[in-house]
Structure formats: structure tokens, C-alpha cells
Ligand binder design. Sequence first.
Ligand code: PEP
Ligand code: CO
Length: 462
Amino acid sequence: MSQTSQKVGGLGNWAPDSWKGHAAAQQPTYPDQVALDGAIAELGALPPLVTSWEIHNLKAQLAEAVRGERFLLQGGDCSESFADCDSDAIASKLKILLQMSLVLVQGGKKRVIRLGRFAGQYAKPRSADAETRNGVTLPTYRGDMINRAGFTAAERVPDPALLLRAYERSGLTINFIRALIEGGFADLHHPEYWELGFVANSPHAADYMRMVETIGESLRFMETLTGQVMSDINRVDFFTSHEGLLLHYEQAQTRRVPHRTGWYNLSTHFPWIGERTRALDGAHMEYFRGIANPIGVKVGPAMTPDELIDLTEMLNPENEAGRLTLIHRFGADKVEKALPPLVEAIRREGKTVLWCCDPMHGNTETTRDGIKTRRLTNIMRELESSWRILGEMGTHQGGVHFELTGENVTECVGGASGVTEADLTRDYRTQLDPRLNYEQSMELALLLARLMSQAPAKPANP
Ligand code: PEP
Ligand code: CO
């Protein structure tokens, strides 16, 4: 049966491809429709990358975060590249997220949901459709899933074969992550497995090592007391997420599963809608409303309270906890004004959402030398403001969304190791947005641990 003819009760005329009846922002124009149809059919027949059990497990954990019982740590590259699908890059992303989560567990005394921005983060929204260099204008680069970064006409043509390459790279990434975790890589008894080579010289090494020691001591104490090895901490859950931007790809992996109702996007546990594609009548909203996964929506300064309420009603009509995470990204200067009216509308209408702060995307700037960067001071300022505002308004910040890498890059300015604007060219590797390096990521984890260990703020109007 074709996907179009399978309608689902409760979703009206929704089908995995019903988005095609709506304006779809940020989609490439494929010159070869036959090749595109062939790639989508092939993708639809290949096995899924994740399962509905895992998806439900994540949704249940996010519901716990809504109740303040867990904390969401979402992070990874702005955009993954096929070339970086290697063991070192994958392991170092896992290591930094594990180290940060250890700091959060220790500081917040709360379990942490680890959600990688990986195994599918291969398509990017762009502000312009075309790019001009030396008088030559070509289609813009939209991520490795869509076209190639090199500046030639041939490389910039959207190529449907890349959909399959992206699926395969995602499969390789998730396979390696699963194998590491199953093998005991994430075992809290052995945090030394996650050490990154250069960490000993980090200004935060001492703080981190103290936390590791404390956790090790508590573990040994508990094990002595109970006479049992605490095996449930030998492994942790790791989930995947990416921006659900390229709807052909998302649609191709959207399936029904035995013994459950509804449709699942089985290319990732948690897809999100970007700031540029969240129009209420647009194709992305149409696609996302029909899938059963927990989902995120980026919320920037242009969002109005009424629009946010309409959006939550469309995406979460049952008001289910864990279904909808609002990933807000205003910028340090705008958060004070932009966040409170949205929080107030959500409270007034009784909507259940998880508030998750992305302090990266509202704080991007270009240096005098034309380099895209972000300042750690602004990132920290937005995080602290968001934390305080949500607490004062009687709710809480349940998570964070970072662009980071476990490597020692110089893309963001600031932090204890003192990356300056002049240092940016030393090791600037990102294809798109500037990422936090190891030390900057740890500094933010330590800041969050401090915020989490403080008593929750009292509601302003009890
Ligand atoms: C991103 O997360 O890389 C991104 C493009 O964010 P936003 O949609 O918030 O601009
Ligand atoms: Co980005």
C-alpha cells in the first residue's frame, strides 16, 4: 500500500508524505526526480536506525525531566560531515558528553538524559539559496546529505545518492556508539575510559578529577555496604537527535511498527524543527504533527505567545509530557524580554512542555576579521538568565542544547584557557557554526552543576 493511502485516525489527512501539500522551506531542488524517487524508495526499504522501544524510553525520560526528576543534555556538532565519521571523532564526542553528564549528575543529584546531536545531523538550513565568489554564483552548500561543500557547479548539485550515504554514515555512527556503550565504555566504575588525551592540562582537570573521585568513593561505599556490584551503572542510555530538515529523508524512514499504533520516524530518536522551518502552515509542522517520537522545536525571538500556543496545540494535542521540548535560543541580550511572555502563555494555557536552553544560536557573531564565533561570556549569561527566569516564574529549565566537540578546537572565544579572537584561526575546523571545545564545554557543565545545586527559586507569584 502506498504511504499516501494509509490515513491514521485522529490525525485527519496526515500521511508521511502529506507535507508535500504545504510550503516547504529550506528544501533543495533536485534536478533528477527519477533518481530522487529511487533513493527514497531504497531508503524506505532499508532497516530502521532506532526502534520504537528506544523512542518510548526517551519519551518517558523526557516526561521525568518535565517533572524535574531528570536533566536533558543535548549536544554535538552543528553539522556532521561524512569525512568526520571516524572512530576518534565519534569516541571523543561520546567522551565529552559522558564527562559533562557526570558533572551534572554529581552537581545536580539528578539523572541525566544524554542526547547526541549526531548520527543524522547532515542537513543544514541556510540564510541564502546561492553563494557568490569572485563573480561566480552557485547553489549554497546545504550539508553532506544534500550536496558537496566544494565550490564547483558539479559539487553543489543536490544529489539524491547522498541521502543513502547519510543513512549509512548514521548507521555506522550509531553502531559504534551502541557497541562502545554495550561493551562497558560508559561504566561509571571506569571514568578513565573517557579521558581525552589533552585533558590533564585543562584548567578544569582538578575539578573534574575531584568529582570522579567523589563518585568513585560513593560507588565503592555503596558496593561495600550492599555487598553487590552496582551493575545498572555499567551502562547508560544514549539517544540520537538531528534537525528534521530534509523532509524526503525523514519521510522515507517513517514507519508503522508491530503492536503499536501511530507512525514513527525511525531515523532518530528525537528530531527537531529548526527556527527557520517552524511556520504553522508549513510542511515541517505538517510532517512533525503526525509522528509519535518525542520532538523539539527551536524557539527564537520572533515567536509570539499566541503562535507558541497554536504550535503546542498542533504538535501536542494530547498535552502529553515528554512529547514536546521547546529549545529556546534568544541570545544573551534578548532572553530577558523574550522568554517571560512565552513562559507565561504556556503556564496560563496549562501546556506541558520541557524548557531547554540553546545558548549558542542567539549568540553568533562575526569578528572584524570575518570569522564566525561565539563568546563564552554571552553563552553563560544566556544560560544563567534563562535558568533564573524559568525558576522565578514557577517552572524550571529542564535541559541544555550545545554545539560542542571533544576536540581542542578554537572556534568560540573565552573560557578559562583564554581563547582570544586572535587564536581563532589556530584550529578552526567547523564547516558551519562555531563549537565549544573540550574546556569550554566542561566550564559550562561546571556552571550548570553550580546552578543545579542551588535551591530552586521561589515562584514570583505563588
Ligand atoms: C542549529 O541548531 O544548528 C540551527 C540552525 O539552529 P536554529 O534553527 O535554532 O537557528
Ligand atoms: Co548550528
